[in-house]
Design a protein around this ligand. Structure first.
Ligand code: COA
Length: 156
């Protein structure tokens, strides 16, 4: 089982390596640095428990920015070799523990990204619309999802 803790700047090389293996248009190092520098950012990493060297090995991360009326889940990814072991759920559980169960949270996701959509739906996110051709790299549409006040906190 993974442990979830706050991301630190020293985690970022490993985060960027996972990011590059995951997304066709990965975030740059400076994009992660910018988010970590914001005091309200919910920036979380998943580490494998064990000896000290292993505890620094990030295998998943989540970046959620706080705005006036809502949070924006901007990025979540798990090391491709570690998926389907509950790390995505653990990251979202920890995010909700920080934002509070009543927080309004929004996100965009590629319409073809069935694994992520299934994860978000399990946590009460619902599709509220589309952003046509939102992703410049492939021209794919984005689904806009919201998790609104009153949604049960626990995943189904
Ligand atoms: C989406 C992602 C973060 C999920 O992480 P994960 O650690 O594999 O997820 P978990 O093991 O915690 O799975 C939680 C739930 O998500 C859903 N899910 C995850 N992977 C899935 C898959 N390949 N197919 C269908 N549902 C899937 C399931 O509902 C799953 O619950 P279950 O295992 O009880 O069926 C991971 O697939 C990933 O990094 N994807 C690439 C990055 C990405 O697309 N990020 C989202 C951008 S908007």
């Amino acid at each position: 089982m993974s442990e979830i803790r706050a991301l630190t700047y020293s985690d970022l090389p490993r985060v960027v390596a996972i990011e590059r293996r995951t997304f066709p248009t990965p975030w740059s190092l400076s994009m992660f640095v910018l988010e970590l520098s914001k005091p309200d950012c919910v920036c979380l990493g998943s580490v494998r428990p064990g000896p000290p060297a292993q505890r620094d090995e990030i295998d998943g991360y989540l970046i959620c920015a706080r705005y006036d009326e809502a949070y924006h889940l901007m990025n979540i990814a798990v090391d491709p070799d570690q998926r389907r072991h509950g790390i995505g759920r653990a990251l979202i559980d920890a995010m909700l523990a920080q934002t509070g169960q009543d927080a309004n949270i929004t996100l965009e996701v590629r319409v073809s990204n069935a694994p992520a959509i299934a994860l978000y739906e399990a946590y009460g996110f619902r599709s509220v619309g589309m952003r046509p051709r939102y992703y410049a790299d492939t021209g794919e549409d984005a689904l806009i999802m919201w998790r609104a006040i009153g949604t049960p906190w626990e995943a189904a």
